[in-house]
Design a protein around this ligand. Sequence first.
Ligand code: NAD
Length: 380
Amino acid sequence: MKIGAPKESARGEARVALTPESAQHIQKLGHECLIETGAGEAAGFNDDAYRNAGVSVLDSADALWRDAEVVIKVREPSDAEVTLLREGQTLITFFWPAQNEALLEACKAQGATVVAMDMVPRISRAQKMDALSSMANIAGYRAVIEAGNNFGRFFTGQVTAAGKVPPAKVLVVGAGVAGLAAIGTATSLGAVVRAFDVRPEVSEQIESMGAEFLFLEFDESQDGSESGGYAAPSSPEFREKQLACFREQAPDVDIVITTALIPGKPAPKLWLEDMVAEMKPGSVIIDLAAEKGGNCDLTKPDERVVSDNGVVVVGYTDFPSRMATQSSLLYATNIRHMLTDLTPEKDGVINHNMDDDVIRGATVTHQGEVTFPPPPPKVK
Ligand code: NAD
């Protein structure tokens, strides 16, 4: 079948869903690959690199959407792109169906099958397709680089002829995929790293990376395992203890990276205005939860603001796109693994097997029906 990637139409999006490398793997499944001219440019892949990998370069989005039987993308389709979708065509992309009900209905009305990469079940077998994790890993890494870029000092401590430099103190709030990547990056740069999460089971992972886990003295269990390993909202008592702990940390830490999220809810406000006011001038806050409203009171999504006392608060929501080459390589790999599962005979024929937990979980429209939300997966 013809698998094609258009140029992303969302403003500022630099990633691409097909790389020359992933195209070679997809061709081994018996498919043909197409790309819109210039689609990989912002991620560092020019048309010639695709041509050398056996990809046909088409000169317009219209031609791409017309010729491709499976369209692969990064961002959910725009209204204009939805009109290009047609019956029998498959679209594989990030889609966020819970937030995009009208879009879901529109894709259904076009008769297309939509596979949402953000809906891939987080079970062991599907890790190779887990685009949420591959992008969160990049966001966590990039958050530290962004912090370094805004921080006027070293991360590591040094003793030099010109004086002794203390190491930077970094606090990471939320130790999911992004938080753990931030912890690993900050410790590798030599910072003193502390971390907190409402799920105490992550303490071992935090400590194994050379960071300190901030334990709260609390008798009520805050284990989020009942919600499938994700966090649940904290009780008011727990929240007060947590905020008291952060108030103690605020004057001491130089960099705060917040990543705390609760599925389906706005981001919890955890780094409050009075904590920012207690921080030293020149300190930096990187709020990776900005898209969901932010963990910090001062966060403005997609902006960098400076508080009255000189604390920089970064609320960018496009960290993976800021590392578009790396993100595209990993995302395109997630996509080609999805295509591998959709092409079990490696004969260039898509077999959309709705009895397969992973394919079923990620499919949000199929054969004229909305198939979201999916039933819970049967296997772990
Ligand atoms: P996420 O992005 O939903 O949340 C980030 C972190 O914020 C979580 O660790 C959460 O506990 C934490 N948090 C929420 N409220 C908080 C608060 N008030 N204070 C401090 N921290 C708070 O998480 P994620 O990165 O998507 O990962 C969540 C879970 O999914 C983890 O258990 C992870 O191991 C698991 N996971 C499993 C797989 C797999 O099996 N394939 C893949 C990826 C992630």
